[in-house]
Design a protein around this ligand. Structure first.
Ligand SMILES: CC(C)(COP(=O)(O)OP(=O)(O)OC[C@H]1O[C@@H](n2cnc3c(N)ncnc32)[C@H](O)[C@@H]1OP(=O)(O)O)[C@@H](O)C(=O)NCCC(=O)NCCS
Length: 131
């Protein structure tokens, strides 16, 4: 489904009170065409923790290692440049991607929060990985 302003939102969305310099975005290119994106927020919700806001791979490029490559790059950046100790993210319960994150080394923290997106109302489960 098409979402107006999705690219702008990806580039600018931040929790209230956070500085745009705390946001880092990664774009994966394949033969000159963008195939995936990932963003992290530095120090959210606390110093030392990096929050992965979005990881999305173009449907035609899925299942070929792009998601893993993007994540590995962001993980390396968080560890080496941001001195992160923990990576954190939220998985919406209706999205069957927890298996992907478990393969990337994440574990559910047990925290579950209400999630209200533009198109769905659900719950999201928090996952973390220690670096
Ligand atoms: C989830 C997503 C980012 C995975 O990207 P991808 O490029 O297809 O994944 P990769 O090809 O790098 O897969 C890496 C490994 O994870 C596995 N995997 C991929 N998607 C999976 C899923 N949904 N559930 C379980 N395992 C998954 C692959 O089989 C592969 O396993 P292997 O190491 O045994 O070969 C992609 O499917 C996507 O963009 N989904 C829509 C957006 C989304 O839901 N993002 C996550 C929000 S929390």
């Amino acid at each position: 489904m098409r979402r107006d302003n999705a690219a702008y939102e990806f580039a600018t969305a931040l929790p209230p009170g956070y500085d745009p310099r705390q946001k880092h975005a990664f774009l994966a290119n394949c033969q000159g065409a963008p195939v995936g994106l990932l963003d992290i927020i530095d120090g959210y919700p606390m110093p030392g923790t990096e929050f992965i806001g979005l990881l999305a791979v173009r449907e035609s490029a899925q299942d070929s290692g792009v998601g893993r490559a993007l994540f590995r790059e962001a993980e390396r950046f968080a560890r080496d440049h941001l001195r992160a100790r923990t990576l954190r993210l939220a998985v919406v319960e209706t999205n069957p991607v927890m298996g992907f994150w478990i393969k990337m080394g994440f574990r559910p923290t047990g925290e579950v929060k209400p999630f209200e997106g533009k198109m769905i109302k659900s719950r999201s489960a928090l996952m973390e990985k220690e670096l």
